[in-house]
Design a protein around this ligand. Sequence first.
Ligand code: UDX
Ligand code: ADP
Length: 466
Amino acid sequence: MKICCIGAGYVGGPTMAMIAHQCSDIDVYVVDINEERIAAWNSDELPIFEPGLQDVVEANRGKNLFFSTAVDDHIRDADMIFISVNTPTKVYGVGKGRAADLKYVELCARRIAEVAVGHKIIVEKSTLPVRTAETIKRILANSPHEATFDVLSNPEFLAEGTAVEDLEAPDRVLIGGESKDSIQKLVDVYANWVDRDRILTTNLWSSELSKLAANAFLAQRISSINAMSALCEATQADVDEVAHAIGQDSRIGPKFLKSSVGFGGSCFQKDILNLVYLCEFYGLKEVAEYWEQVVKMNDYQKERFARNMIRTMFNTVSGKRIAIWGWAFKKDTNDTRESAAIYVCRDLLIEQATLAIYDPKVSAKQIKQDLEYVFKQENGEVSERDKNLIENNIIICDSAFEAATQAHSVAVMTEWDEFKDIEPADLYDIVFKPAFLFDGRNLLDHKAYIKQGFEVYAIGKGLLEG
Ligand code: UDX
Ligand code: ADP
């Protein structure tokens, strides 16, 4: 069997590497139009950082796992084609800011229709609005070579940072489709390493919707605990204690209740906005408003954090150096999409702060690109003033210590383990006094920092005392 996966990104790359790893009799070709990305997949420096991924790729690359830009050739040769391209939120036209931009998916479908011969199973791997398979089927129906197709939905539930373990032992694999035969072929692929009772089969639309629903439920839990964190700060309750207490109820459960500066990542916000758009499309105004509140609460949490920093630092951060620890949207990934750090830093830059940023895995180029993106105006351009602001007020550092040197405050944005190893005394020596610490992840040992002389502000903790 030959599999072709279109899109060598955060989803396509790791997922295909795992399929190749677990199924020695399947040849897996991951194709992408981005030459740089493919070259990186073929090098010692993979384009994405995921614990354990390098080993899986190196063990199989060149045997039954191949990365290539020859999109058409591998579409033609494959029995099964996964579509794993990006589906960002639309930034133009109808549905701007909400609907998923399906142009890349449609381009793939058109390419497949154009070059495919014989019978192919098309698998939607990207997260898509419910009923996208209908569009794909209609495009594929126009194959000039009279190729035939079955379309399946097989959403990916891996979380970044734990992609390899999630792929190795998934809670479930979901496959939706119409053709029993094709569903079985994909079930057989996963059954090489996943227990059969964890492989769920449904109709196409349930599968497409379940992915959006799962992400919406997960994000809703974070917004719920973050909403509580604001109330905790006002009432001297402790959000970690509240989360622990409610998580002990087996109906609620302890996972995904960690209050933070706000969720980020490529999925949660995008998928909820997409869900909101779909609900509005189907005339379900109340349902749309309900889910939209999850995103609004997340925006509130990020704004609240920046506002609190400014207020605490005597209502002005202009000209002050602030150490920003972490840029990725969570630890153990170099992905920065929708990271809370970007929005908090935008608000601090508007107040003319100088930001000394350190992240162990994110490049300086990426950080600047992210900031330029959030400073874009309606016309898509960044004003000269904002360009100068980014150029002059950002210092990219090589260590957490370098960032904190002569800083007026330190802000933890990502929960990287290495930040926990820093000695409060060593940090205290190098920062200006009063020494402010803002912990957006409730990561550090607050008592130790307070004892050292720091003024500590954490999420959902009220006034912290030693
Ligand atoms: C998510 C889903 O978990 C995954 O199933 C889906 O396939 C893709 O979207 P991902 O975005 O990679 O995965 O990471 P996740 O671990 O869900 O974290 C998302 C964001 O929520 C991060 O910014 C994280 O820091 C934040 N988060 C998570 C919290 O603030 N608190 C929590 O308790 C959990
Ligand atoms: P995800 O997180 O969903 O994997 P990424 O943005 O990391 O998203 O990856 C998507 C990949 O899909 C990118 O590398 C992009 O170049 C690729 N891609 C987009 N459109 C096409 C296309 N028409 N043909 C081949 N690859 C494509």
